[in-house]
Design a protein around this ligand. Structure first.
Ligand code: FES
Length: 322
């Protein structure tokens, strides 16, 4: 039987969304116009949620005018941005894979740019984001003076979230390269909170700095620094996988880094849980525009912004296409 796809928003206050209203629900077959139910029951029936809500979708995410508390350079064309938000939003964003859309309020909506959350301070209502200035959208962020528009929360910034959130009292290997040191922090916090031993492999990448170090100095984790795309880096990853009983690997970096990790575990014949950063181009984040649609190995299509899919299926497919 073909497995139904898992939407990250099922069970959240934003489900049912416009996809349910337009018979394009990611999870519910009835809300895809079919006459039968074959969802993988995950504790919430989207169809019933819609009926109980008077056949109306729930209120969707809106823009929020946020004050910029601080912006500073942390490396080559790279910046750390601290924003004031509500405590509720900060709490919703304190999860691995969380991200928001940011935009200079003087610019049109197509300047919205998705940004991973690096740190969320719930008691002070603050979020921290690291970004690298690479194009029109990210360049415009640098020029924001006092305020920036924030839309969120979104959560599908990582594939393999279920395993990442459930692993407890195990040993986990975290690889963080370049600007992806940012999304690695919330993951490390979660793994440490769940009493896992964390081994962290850091690579400056194109940012040229290990800006995560200021945030992890009080954490009890083993840290190494290496060029993860080099032969030496490969050797270090292999050595750790052979000498430590690694239950989960989290790869925060490009698809090429993810692919390297997959090839190493295949070479070693081991099968730890795998979680990886979602590197797909995300445009609306709502499953509507179709800009993030990818075709999986089995031929099915998936909207990468909202769907949790097996990391391997996505990465292998994407690398083959590139
Ligand atoms: S980003 Fe628009 S559908 Fe995924």
């Amino acid at each position: 039987m073909k497995k139904r796809q898992e939407c990250i928003d099922v069970g959240s206050e934003y489900c049912p969304c416009y996809l349910a209203e337009t018979n394009n629900c990611i999870t519910c077959s009835q809300l895809q116009g079919k006459k039968f139910c074959d969802c993988n029951w995950r504790g919430v029936c989207v169809y019933q949620e819609l009926l109980m809500n008077g056949n109306q979708i729930k209120q969707q995410r809106d823009y929020y005018n946020s004050t910029i508390e601080d912006i500073k350079e942390i490396g080559k064309d790279s910046y750390l941005l601290k924003l004031k938000v509500t405590r509720t939003l900060a709490r919703q964003l304190k999860e691995p894979g969380a991200y928001v859309f940011l935009r200079d309020k003087r610019l049109p909506q197509y300047f919205d740019v998705p940004m991973s959350i690096m740190q969320s301070d719930v008691s002070n209502g603050e979020i921290t984001i690291a970004f690298k200035s690479v194009g029109a959208k990210t360049n415009s962020l640098k020029k924001c003076d006092e305020n920036v528009l924030v839309k969120g929360p979104y959560w599908n910034g990582i594939y393999g979230l279920r395993n990442l959130k459930s692993v407890k009292e195990k040993t986990c290997l975290v690889l963080a390269r370049g600007i992806s040191q940012a999304p690695a922090l919330l993951t490390i916090e979660k793994l440490v909170k769940n009493k896992n031993k964390v081994i962290l492999l850091l690579d400056k990448g194109s940012v040229g700095e290990l800006f995560i170090n200021d945030f992890i100095k009080d954490m009890n984790i083993d840290t190494y620094e290496e060029d993860l795309m080099s032969e030496k880096g490969k050797g270090l990853i292999m050595q750790l996988l052979l000498n430590e009983d690694i239950s989960l690997i989290y790869s925060a970096g490009s698809d090429l880094l993810h692919m390297k990790v997959i090839s190493i575990i295949d070479e070693l014949g081991i099968d730890p849980y795998l979680a990886v950063t979602n590197n797909n181009e995300i445009c609306c984040g709502e499953g509507i525009c179709g800009g993030c649609t990818i075709r999986l190995k089995d031929g099915t299509r998936a909207k990468a912004c909202k769907t949790q899919i097996d990391s391997r299926k996505i990465i292998e497919r994407r690398v083959l296409l590139d």
